[in-house]
Design a protein around this ligand. Structure first.
Ligand code: PAF
Length: 278
């Protein structure tokens, strides 16, 4: 595995591979890699001749400075995991490399970012689109891989790709969970022993709600999900929405396989998200 810090050097190297008609797959990450990330890299390895992974903690997508400062950074351990997973090229640029000057672009995602994460993390998706478009410009992948845990992010990125006419296939990959159901996240590393016992209630409640949805009015179900998690102790629901999987707008009634339940929960100062398909 070769590590690159410069956009230009990586782009030149990939150009040589593209000239040989080799397919290039790309997994953008912010590091602190867990089995969820590695599942993206493995899928990318299966589908492509060249596997590129980026690790970049993107300041533009953090609306909370403390969250940015606390975000775990562990490049050496991550490099070892990527090497073992069959990554060919790791791109780990400095902030100045990606933002030599302020990126003032404003993306219009229609209604996709007017709900859920878009409400609670203003500017977040604009920052995601800024960095993902810069990374796509550098890597020019044929396919790019994103986890479905960030369900809304996936929808926003698909929209960005359409708007900017990127010739890249966006591949969504399933959530990877711990044995107790907790969705894997780099932020889980910051949970205390006590919080690690409480947090699986989030997934358990979502799974139980899946069994109830066909015979429970959506408003009642939403209340039930929030109450069950809030009553656990140590957890506080920020939002729980049942939305249309395509438009992300709140659903009026149950339609099998067309709805997604999306949740954000605070465990102390750690913010966790998860989702399920109904
Ligand atoms: O999902 C993430 O880790 C980040 O939002 C991404 C897509 C790497 C952009 O910084």
């Amino acid at each position: 595995m070769t590590v690159f810090e410069s956009r230009e050097t990586l782009a030149d190297t990939l150009h040589l591979h593209r000239a040989k008609h080799m397919s290039i797959g790309f997994v953008p990450t912010m590091g602190a890699l867990h089995a969820g990330h590695i599942s993206l890299v493995s899928r990318c390895r299966e589908d492509n001749e060249v596997v590129v992974v980026s690790i970049f903690v993107n300041p533009a997508q953090f609306n909370d400075k403390n969250d940015l400062a606390r975000y775990p950074r562990m490049l050496e351990a991550d490099s070892e995991k990527l090497q073992a997973a069959g990554c060919d090229f790791l791109f780990a640029p400095a902030v100045e490399e990606m933002y030599p000057e302020e990126d003032r672009r404003q993306f219009d995602f229609g209604m996709l970012d007017k709900v859920m994460e878009g409400v609670y993390r203003p500017g977040h998706f604009n920052g995601v689109a800024q960095i993902v478009s810069k990374l796509f410009d550098t890597v020019q992948p044929q396919r790019a891989y994103f986890g479905e845990k960030d369900f809304q992010q996936l929808a926003v990125i698909r929209r960005m790709v359409k708007m900017l006419h990127y010739p890249v296939e966006i591949v969504g990959c399933p959530i990877v969970r711990e044995a107790d159901g907790l969705a894997m996240s780099s932020r889980n590393a910051r949970l205390t022993v006590e919080q690690l016992k409480q947090a699986p209630v989030i997934a358990d409640t979502l799974f139980q709600s899946r069994r109830k949805i066909a015979h429970t009015p959506l408003d009642e179900l939403k209340r039930w999900v929030k109450d069950r998690i809030n009553n656990t102790g140590g957890l506080e629901v920020e939002y729980f929405e049942i939305v249309d999987r395509e438009t992300l707008q709140p659903a009026a009634g149950y339609r099998e396989n067309e709805l997604q339940g999306c949740i954000a929960v605070h465990a102390g100062d750690v913010r966790l998200i998860d989702n399920v398909t109904y």
